[in-house]
Design a protein around this ligand. Structure first.
Ligand SMILES: *Cc1c(COP(=O)(O)O)cnc(C)c1O
Length: 401
């Protein structure tokens, strides 16, 4: 017997649920890529994208996933032989560093583990030690999707300034854009990297970079730039094709137009508040399951350091997390995220971690539904857990809705 038939829910941290309106916007004939509706529509994207990131800076779009968006940032930020300071709080910070190294950029890594945020004092110390100002940029994830740690970006900016260091600040907002509040200009961020398939509710395939005037200027002579990755023509195109270094990603752009319209209709502060509420709903359930059962626990102890797009948790002992994921998918049509970066994939402990996504087109019934399905799985699989999780989750919704 299975109860999985019906609309499935992919509750993994990307790709996220695509709204029917976004899918419908893509259902159209191929548009003319030289004139008419497509270039006119794309003209409306730029101000909305700037508003989303909180900047009056530049925007460059790439036909790319998140890894491609990282590479776009890397190729413009650095010249061969430059140095980068990478602040890691989970698997994605480490992976960004790994994408920089093969370019001939020397990476200095401050690794803060998988359960705590960046300590700005250590950033200041590392930059003070760089007396020659050889470090060109500091790279950090806003929310690391593997650990669900959220970093305090203004505090990191303040640490760079306190060290009197000219390094550019580049932030990976692939998980957090459209989910957690972000204010690029107010926070002194130079480069923001994102992608379409998470909070932006568009299929994977669009990378988005926001670039400050300062970064534009300081990276003008970066010698890693190739014509395809160079952000300058993309951000300042005089002809439409230059935005894409070729053919435009036609249907993704119509999808993005619709998703930005949906975000504007709800209102960005309301979108952020919805994500905060759904995150707290998940946290309340996990805390109740973990009551008296220390094998079940949120990855990040302090709520102030948790992202609002995804929640990483321990659901041990292994292999209980994998058993539960299999059960929810096969029996109830809910696919939960694998644990990432908490244990090596060939380590049996890997099967004691999972993630619940709550990013993008997600509402209370979806999150409460996913939690109720998890509750059913815990019972069906005889996994010891604390009681009252669904009551606790419902109380959060009742209080915040
Ligand atoms: C998803 C994600 C990435 C990688 O994106 P891909 O599209 O899988 O290449 C990088 N950083 C963060 C923070 C992410 O959430």
């Amino acid at each position: 017997m299975t109860l999985a038939h019906g609309r499935r829910y992919l509750a993994i941290p990307g790709p996220s649920t695509m709204p029917d309106r976004v899918l419908a916007a893509m259902h159209r004939a191929a548009p003319n890529i030289y004139a008419g509706e497509l270039p006119e529509m794309v003209g409306t994207l730029w101000p909305d994208l700037r508003r989303l990131a909180g900047t009056s800076g530049h925007v460059a779009l790439y036909i790319a996933n998140g890894h491609g968006a990282w590479e776009a940032a890397n190729m413009n930020l650095f010249s061969r032989g430059d140095r980068a300071l990478v602040l890691a709080t989970g698997r994605f910070g480490i992976a960004w560093a790994e994408s920089v190294k093969p370019l001939g950029v020397t990476v200095e890594m401050l690794d803060f583990g998988t359960a705590s945020p960046v300590d700005p004092a250590r950033v200041e110390q590392a930059l003070r030690a760089d007396r020659q100002h050889g470090i060109k940029a500091v790279l950090v994830t806003h929310v690391d999707t593997a650990s669900s740690v959220r970093n305090d970006i203004p505090a990191i900016r303040a640490a760079i300034d306190a060290a009197g260091h000219p390094a550019l600040l580049a932030v990976d907002c692939i998980a957090s854009m459209g989910c957690d509040p972000f204010h690029m200009d107010d926070w002194g961020v130079d480069v923001v990297v994102s992608a379409s398939q998470k909070g932006l509710m568009v299929p994977p395939g669009l990378g988005v970079l926001w670039i400050s005037d300062r970064a534009m200027e300081r990276c003008r002579d970066s010698d890693l730039r190739t014509p395809y990755w160079n952000w300058t023509p993309r951000a300042t195109a005089s002809e439409f094709w230059q935005h894409w270094a070729g053919t435009a990603p036609t249907h993704h752009l119509f999808a993005l137009r619709e998703s930005l319209t949906m975000i504007a209709e709800e209102g960005l502060p309301a979108v952020w508040a919805r994500h905060a509420a759904l995150a707290q709903t998940v946290w309340a359930a996990v805390e109740a399951w973990g009551e008296g059962h220390p094998d079940i626990a949120l990855n990040v102890a302090d709520p102030a350091h948790r992202g609002h797009a995804v929640t990483a948790l321990r659901l041990g002992p292994a292999p209980n997390a994998t058993r539960l994921r299999d059960w929810t998918e096969q029996k109830a049509g809910v696919t939960l995220g694998i644990g990432l970066g908490m244990a090596a994939p060939d380590d049996p402990a890997w099967h004691g971690f999972l993630r619940v996504a709550h990013m993008g087109h997600v509402n209370a019934h979806m999150t409460l539904g996913a939690l109720a399905v998890m509750q059913a799985g815990l019972i069906a699989l005889d996994i010891p857990h604390g009681l009252g999780a669904l009551e606790a989750a419902a109380r959060v919704v009742a209080r915040l809705a």
